[in-house]
Write a protein that binds this ligand. Structure first.
Ligand SMILES: [Zn+2]
Length: 255
């Protein structure tokens, strides 16, 4: 049976998301930004929380873990490299490991850069990827603990996933990301198409995620640092993609 998801806002601009396996009844919260909205989503769906899958240690992804663990006795799965910074961890995982939510199966992909131990969970059979703060729609996370080179390599790993993958990220930043991306690729027709789609979604009060990875590959400038025209625009024609990525990311920081 296919996985079901429920997306909702937490805090100010964080997304919470529940992943439900109808076959077994298992339900995972991807990260736990805040307990109350997660509990409200569980109540609305009638799903029972069995697991929390953590992408990285930042408080706006982990503050809800302790109260949810106390209430639901759920399993907490976290990246092994950051387990010491995350509360109530039961299991640690690293690159190449698999995690089950009921009958749903995820591959763990290490995506360092935003934090050094950051991981993504890819549910291959369900074409779902939960990428935390590594990849956003038309954006990427700030490179806080790693280097631009490590972040670029992480983005390449996510870019290698199939085009039909639905990407769930940690924040609703899409509109601002598009405003920035247009400064680098003003003539990109796929970016223009995404801008229209996002305007329509936001006007209707809807979330702009999940994003389809195939569309992100064409429109997200942070996945396109190896496109010669992008390198040329930032004055780095012929330079390695990681150098171009670093410049694009630095411009976004100043934007
Ligand atoms: Zn973060």
């Amino acid at each position: 049976m296919p996985a079901e998801t429920r997306l909702f806002l937490c805090r100010s601009d964080n997304y919470g998301v529940l992943l439900h396996d109808p076959a077994s009844g298992a339900t995972a919260s991807i990260d736990a930004p805040e307990a109350a909205p997660i509990e409200a989503a569980l109540k609305a769906t009638g799903w029972k929380l069995t697991d929390i899958l953590v992408t990285h240690h930042h408080a706006d992804h982990t503050d809800g873990i302790r109260p949810l663990k106390d209430k639901f006795k759920c399993r907490v799965v976290a990246p092994s490299a950051e387990a010491g910074k995350i509360p109530a961890v039961d299991e640690t995982v690293a690159e190449g490991d698999t995690v089950k939510v009921g009958t749903l199966l995820a591959n763990v992909i290490e995506t360092p850069g935003h934090t050094l131990g950051h991981i993504a969970y890819w549910f291959h059979a369900d074409a779902l990827a939960f990428v935390g703060d590594t990849l956003f729609s038309i954006g990427c996370g700030r490179v806080i603990e790693g280097t631009p080179e490590t972040m670029w390599q992480s983005l390449l790993k996510l870019r290698a996933l199939p085009d039909d993958t639905l990407v769930y990220c940690g924040h609703e930043y899409t509109a601002a990301n598009i405003r920035f991306a247009k400064t680098i690729e003003p003539g990109n027709p796929d970016l223009a198409a995404r801008e229209k789609e996002v305007a329509r979604l936001l006007a209707a009060g809807q979330a702009t995620i999940p994003a389809r990875l195939g569309a992100e590959k064409k429109a997200n400038v942070f996945l396109r640092a190896d496109v010669p025209a992008v390198a040329a625009t930032v004055g780095l024609a012929g330079q390695p993609a990681a150098v171009v990525f670093a410049e694009v990311r630095a411009r976004k920081n100043r934007f």
